[in-house]
Structures are given as structure tokens and as C-alpha cells.
Design a protein around this ligand. Structure first.
Ligand SMILES: Nc1ncnc2c1ncn2[C@@H]1O[C@H](COP(=O)(O)OP(=O)(O)O)[C@@H](O)[C@H]1O
Ligand SMILES: [Mg+2]
Length: 337
């Protein structure tokens, strides 16, 4: 649970402190006043990464050199520093510098925003990111394998380029192949486990959704099959970085046959599933961050979200205060000045 947050030169905030209720906090403010930025900062202290920044230093307030985010959670104090000059990013737990893999996951949060509504229909990288976010949240070994795998793919691609352009021996691929197979297998296995969990998860409003894993297996044999193509393209063509999954309802591909409403329900279902998965795998209650999502849902589905989050700390942002009175005992945070 997060008790307080201090932003210093972060996005549009020079210096601002927030205190959160252990139950429901609602941040009410007009558009472009920094609501999403606050949730970005909170999520950053959970995962060590921004969910939306293209370059990390875009989070530093315009005209400044250093941004700092301090959050006090029930268990630990978390600190993120982003600098344009001395270093790029520093992550600290209780004042001690940590690597990303050890910083992430100290404070658990599940984030749900309007951009998630594209999960069913948009490009595969969104769905892979989703799997990585969920699994990284609950499993340190997944985080470690993912970082090592991603770095391995980048290095292997560089080597493929050198094989093609500089006549370097293809036998050098062996080292990277083994590294990718070892880490990639683990990623695949964990992704399979989550998809299996989802497929046993409760239906939503009587609608039964499921996921179908479209996995890109990585193995010696497959890498051998694609070797020449890979050298020609200077790109690693098989492995979990090429995975995808489909949403299925009534035996049909939701992205093709679903109505817009059904696709939204599919997203709501998977987000509730994520919440349940994080709870059951970590035996901890994640904080639920809802960014302007209520204006996107009808009242029955707003209720469904609130029902599924009972007992959790919830932080909601909205520009439309008329949604707020629906919940009792909420702490309102107005942004101003
Ligand atoms: N690095 C930055 N420095 C200063 N302002 C920024 C920076 N990054 C974003 N902003 C400002 O933050 C505002 C948007 O904040 P956002 O959290 O998306 O608002 P909301 O969610 O309330 O609509 C914009 O006015 C934008 O110019
Ligand atoms: Mg916003």
C-alpha cells in the first residue's frame, strides 16, 4: 500500500506531495492537469519503468535536469531519480541503490487506463507487454530472464549483421542461441502458466472469454531452420519476442468477430484476471490504479470493477466529478496550483 508520494520536477509538477487513503482515493482535476502523470509516477515506483515515456528523461520537468519521485509504502521507501546529466536513472529501496530487477516488485500495483482498451485489437507488442508487466510484477526470475533475453536478442541481431556484412563466422551464433533458448524457454513457460490461469478465471457477466497462446517456440532446430533468413534480415525471427495471444469468445476470435462492446468486456475481464493473479501469486494485495477509466465504462461495469477491488487500495483519477459520489468513504484529492 502506498501512503504518500512526493514529486520533485516530475512532468508538470515542481514540488508536490500526495497522501493516499488505505481505501479509495479519487484525484479530481480537469484534463491536462497531470492526473495521468501522478499514476505514471506511482507505477514507476512499482515497476522501475514508465508505462508511457518514450525516453525516460521526458519525465523530467521541462527546463530542469533532475526529477525525483519518493514514495512511502507500508513496507518500504522507494525512490526514483532521473537525471539528464550525471546518470540516467537511479532506483533506491530504503535509501540503497538497487538494480531494476531488485527494485521492481517491492510495491505491487495494477494499472488500468483507456489505452488498455486497445489490447484485444491492436498490435502484438501490446499483448506481449501486458504479459511482461503481469509476470514481472510477481516473479523476480521472470524479470531477470526478460532483461537477459532482450539484451541477448539485441546482441544476436548485431552479430547477424556482422555475419552478413563483415563475414564473421556463423558459428559465433551458438553462444547467443544457447542464452536465448535458456531464457526464452522460461519466459514461454511462465506465459503459458498465466494464460492457463486466465482460462480458468471466472466469466464476466456470464460471458466466457479465453486466451489462445500463439507462441513462437525457440529451439536449436528452429533457429537452424531460420538461420539463412535471419542472416539476410539481420533479425532474430523466432522466440518469445515474437509471441502473441488471441482473445476468444464463443469459439471465435474476439478481435475479428467481437463487437466493440464485447472487446471492451474482454479487456475488463483480463484486467480483473491480472488483479486476481497478482493477489494469488504474491499473497499480497496490489494497489489498483484506475486512470480515467470510469468515463469509458457503463455503471454496471463500474460497479463490477469496484466489487472486484473491495479490500484493496484504489487510486482513481477522473475529470468528471459526477462519478465520484457513487463510492462512499472516498478521499478526494483536488489538483490545483
Ligand atoms: N516533462 C514535462 N515537463 C513539463 N510538463 C509536462 C512534461 N511532460 C508532460 N507535461 C505536461 O503534463 C500535462 C499532461 O498531464 P496528464 O497527466 O496527461 O494530464 P491529465 O491526465 O490530467 O489529462 C500536459 O499539460 C503536459 O504538457
Ligand atoms: Mg490523463
Amino acid at each position: 500500500m502506498i501512503n504518500s508520494l512526493l514529486l520533485f520536477n516530475f512532468r508538470n509538477f515542481s514540488k508536490k506531495q500526495f497522501k493516499f487513503s488505505p481505501e479509495i482515493s479519487v484525484i479530481i482535476a480537469p484534463n491536462a492537469s497531470g492526473k495521468t502523470n501522478i499514476l505514471e509516477a506511482i507505477y514507476l515506483t512499482s515497476t522501475g519503468k514508465s508505462f508511457k515515456a518514450f525516453k525516460e528523461n521526458e519525465m523530467i520537468k521541462e527546463g530542469e535536469d533532475l526529477a525525483r519521485i519518493d514514495s512511502k509504502t507500508t513496507n518500504v521507501d522507494l525512490e526514483v531519480l532521473i537525471s539528464k546529466i550525471e546518470f540516467r536513472k537511479r532506483l533506491r529501496v530504503n535509501g540503497v541503490n538497487k538494480r531494476l530487477v531488485d527494485f521492481s516488485g517491492n510495491f505491487k500495483a495494477v494499472l488500468f487506463g483507456p489505452w488498455d482498451l486497445d489490447l484485444v485489437t491492436h498490435q502484438p507488442s501490446l499483448r506481449r507487454n501486458f504479459l511482461d508487466m503481469v509476470l514481472s510484477q510477481v516473479d523476480r526470475e521472470y524479470r531477470r530472464c526478460l532483461l537477459s533475453y532482450e539484451k541477448g536478442v539485441r546482441n544476436r541481431n548485431k552479430l547477424l549483421f556482422r555475419i552478413r556484412e563483415e563475414g564473421v563466422s556463423p558459428s559465433q551464433l551458438l553462444f547467443w542461441n544457447q542464452l536465448l533458448i535458456k531464457n526464452g524457454d522460461f519466459l514461454t513457460k511462465k506465459r503459458e502458466e498465466f494464460i492457463e490461469y486466465a482460462n480458468n478465471y471466472i466469466p464476466l457477466d456470464g460471458q466466457v472469454f479465453s486466451l489462445e497462446y500463439d507462441k513462437s517456440v525457440i529451439s536449436e532446430a528452429r533457429l537452424e531452420t531460420y538461420k539463412n533468413q535471419e542472416i539476410a534480415a539481420c533479425t532474430t525471427l523466432v522466440g518469445p519476442h515474437r509471441d502473441d495471444f488471441k482473445f476468444v469468445k464463443d469459439g471465435k476470435d474476439l478481435s475479428i468477430f467481437g463487437s466493440r462492446g464485447e472487446q471492451r468486456m474482454g479487456v475488463l475481464w483480463i484486467k480483473l484476471c491480472e488483479l486476481s493473479y497478482v493477489k494469488s501469486m504474491t499473497f499480497q494485495n496490489p494497489t489498483l490504479l484506475l486512470d480515467d477509466i470510469f468515463s469509458e465504462l457503463d455503471s454496471a461495469h463500474r460497479e463490477l470493477v469496484m466489487k472486484n477491488s473491495s479490500g484493496l487500495q484504489v487510486i482513481i483519477t477522473t475529470s468528471e466529478p459526477h462519478y465520484v459520489p457513487e463510492f462512499k468513504g472516498v478521499e478526494k484529492i483536488e489538483l490545483g496550483g
